[in-house]
Design a protein around this ligand. Structure first.
Ligand SMILES: [Zn+2]
Length: 77
C-alpha cells in the first residue's frame, strides 16, 4: 500500500538513498560484476569502477577521473 514509488524494491533498513539523492552511491550493492567493472545498486544505479554511473532514467554520469583529466588538459591549453 506504499505510495513511495522510489523505494518499492528496497527492503533494506535504513532504506537506500534515492537515485536523485546526492548520496545515491551509498545504496546497497545487489549485483556485483568486478570482472566487468560495474555494480548494480539497490536504487537502480549502475556504478562503474572508474566512478562513472548510469541512472535508471538513462542519464549517464561520466567518470570523475576523466573529468579531472579533461580539466587538466583545458588548463594546459
Ligand atoms: Zn535497498
Amino acid at each position: 500500500m506504499s505510495t513511495d514509488i522510489r523505494s518499492t524494491e528496497c527492503t533494506h533498513e535504513p532504506r537506500c538513498p534515492a537515485v536523485d539523492s546526492i548520496d545515491r552511491d551509498a545504496a546497497q550493492v545487489i549485483a556485483c560484476h568486478p570482472e566487468q567493472g560495474w555494480s548494480l545498486l539497490c536504487n537502480g544505479v549502475v556504478l562503474f569502477d572508474d566512478t562513472g554511473e548510469i541512472l535508471p532514467n538513462g542519464h549517464c554520469t561520466h567518470a570523475r577521473r576523466a573529468e579531472l583529466t579533461a580539466a587538466a588538459l583545458h588548463r594546459a591549453a
